[in-house]
Write a protein that binds this ligand. Sequence first.
Ligand code: NDP
Length: 300
Amino acid sequence: MPISVAFLGLGAIGAPMAAHLARAGHLLTIWNRTTARATGSAAAAAGARVATSAADAVRDAEIVITCLPESSDVAELLAAADHALLKALRPGMLLVDCTSGDPDTSRRIASDLAAIGVGFIDAPVSGGVAGAEAGTLTVMVGGPADALERARPVLESFAGKIVHCGALGAGHALKAVNNALLALHLWSTAEGLVAAMKAGVAPQVALDVINASSGRSNASMNLFPERVLTGAFPRTFRLALLAKDAGIAASLARAQKSASPTLQLAADLMRIAHLELGDEVDHVEAVTLVERWAGVELRS
Ligand code: NDP
């Protein structure tokens, strides 16, 4: 059964997710802050209506999906222009937030929406732009199980795996932890390869051995061979967003008063790399800072 869906935020990952919704036959309306990105999108080409504002987009929606950089962007969008979007939402609607956000802000948003009869689940995704294009994303959901069941036919348009992680905020918490681990794997693999290189082992040889041994990770198996050794660095997931995620994981751990020096380290390293390299670089380019500090390059 086609479902009426509004999709807000057609960035690097939102755009291919929305395209799957349109191709799956859902009644899709899309909105993006920069309109040209919506009108030129694959979702529009597949028949989605391009809305003139976020409030216009949700007019007839049963399910509203947000995919913005941070939870604060979702809260600001709801409140913008004298709460135009918030006022356009109707009782019975469900907001599915695919932003990689932070649990506290999401719980506040959920509480504001509950006051007007609108449901909320956090549903961040993993799998990258390649996974979004293939329709094989993993969706990690926090919130009521019945709300997830309502959203499931929509999420299935772009997901290979959907996991109910727990109460509101659980999806965002897990996503932040996953990405803090990604940050640590990226950084520590770069340090290890630099150390091996200075000890006379070529990066390709070091990766061949690590990837057949217990030090391997997605970073060593995929990101280093495809992006670091080639120097290709395609821009799929901004370092600014990874720094944000690692920061969320570290502040979660701090709030729980658990000893977590490596989560804090991941947040600090990504913040430094983001400050050094700027807003637009891809997350994998963080390793160029390790290279710069060491005075070597890990190219083949
Ligand atoms: P991008 O930076 O590519 O796009 C951000 C999108 O949000 C754009 O559509 C942008 O509009 C819009 N936007 C930014 N700020 C606001 C605002 N204040 N109000 C309204 N719209 C706004 O991000 P991604 O698509 O890469 O990421 C989106 C979310 O998905 C993030 O939380 C990210 O961490 C997460 N994610 C990303 C992955 C990836 O591989 N890229 C993988 C998994 C999760 P405009 O076009 O006008 O700039």
